[in-house]
Design a protein around this ligand. Structure first.
Ligand SMILES: C[S@@+](CC[C@H](N)C(=O)[O-])C[C@H]1O[C@@H](n2cnc3c(N)ncnc32)[C@H](O)[C@@H]1O
Length: 294
């Protein structure tokens, strides 16, 4: 693809994956949800006003900021009558978009992929923990935009949500489909989304199952980008244990949950200590980090 057009395609692809193009409608949906969750705040006038001003309302601005930062956990502050007055402490707040990682992390992913192409770092791209698949769709779109045909995108997930906590470091952190059904997206749904973007082909490989079962035997030769987004100690450690040695020198490790979930940070710290990894950890946004393998 001609270079400026490739960049424009990737820019549009990111906006679409983040639902930035139609964010007013997402704000409207959130406004309706708020009205349902907090019925005391519901008056017809308020509802109509919120609907009509969705693009510019407080909630609209909050949602835009959260989307750029990659936010999803939402704390609503209510007044004494139970009316929502403030939305704060949000992370990856995303029901509608096709990735919850937000703009800064999607930009970082693009920079990592650019760097490995520019520096001829050999290997495929993988994300361990894909949810709706948006980040991996972006990986495939990036390869397409740059006419790269000799690298694959590996899409690793249970497609049934997180495992129940079994590692002592994950004690008490149940993010499985029992408590977070929202994180369980089926393989069929992810494939359908890849298809919608016209990016499902033989360069995309699905690894379905728990990381502990799929990653040890995955027929991956070399990796250039290893994106970890499995939230738990177990999920982060399984990915590092089975994949880090396949990462080429000059390749990138991105840790989505590093500053958000202490068990994820602990897995990274334990792994780096065990193998004496001293590559500098760089911040991407409030919660995510990456390092480049020396
Ligand atoms: C936070 S979501 C990933 C968000 C995604 N990266 C995006 O771009 O929106 C976490 C995902 O990790 C998956 N997951 C976590 N631990 C896993 C494990 N041990 N084995 C398989 N899948 C796992 C879950 O099913 C879920 O889809």
């Amino acid at each position: 693809m001609n270079e400026p057009l490739a960049e424009r395609y990737l820019s549009l692809l990111k906006k679409s994956l983040l639902n930035e193009l139609y964010i007013e409608n997402e704000v409207r949906i959130h406004n309706f949800m708020m009205q349902i969750m907090f019925p005391k705040a519901t008056t017809l006038e308020k509802l109509i006003h919120e609907f009509l001003t969705a693009g510019t309302s407080e909630l609209g601005n909050t949602l835009r900021t959260m989307r750029s930062e990659g936010s999803w956990l939402m704390t609503v502050v209510n007044d004494e009558n139970g009316n929502p007055v403030e939305v704060k402490e949000a992370r990856n707040f995303a029901f509608v978009p096709h990735t919850m990682i937000g703009r800064a992390r999607l930009d970082n992913l693009q920079e990592c992929m650019h760097a490995v192409l520019a520096d001829n770092v050999a290997g495929d791209f993988i994300e361990t923990g894909v949810w709706k698949g948006g980040s991996t769709i972006f990986m495939r779109g990036f390869l397409k935009a740059h006419d790269v045909t000799d690298r694959k995108v590996w899409v690793a997930d249970s497609f049934a949500g997180l495992p129940e906590p079994s590692h002592p470091e994950d004690d008490g952190v149940d993010l499985s489909a029992n408590t977070m059904p929202y994180l369980a997206i089926s393989e069929a749904e992810v494939r359908e989304l890849f298809n919608r973007y016209e990016l499902l082909d033989e360069q995309v490989v699905f690894l379905k199952g728990w990381f502990r079962d799929t990653l040890p035997a995955a027929p991956i030769d070399k990796l250039a980008v290893l994106r970890l987004d499995g939230d738990l100690y177990e999920s982060t450690m399984d990915a590092l244990n089975h994949l880090y040695h396949k990462l080429s020198p000059g390749g990138f490790v991105v840790v989505d949950d590093y500053n958000a979930l202490p068990q994820c940070e602990r897995a990274v710290t334990d792994f780096r200590a065990r193998y004496d990894i001293r590559d500098h950890i760089e911040r991407i946004d409030k919660v995510s980090v990456y390092w480049r393998k020396a």
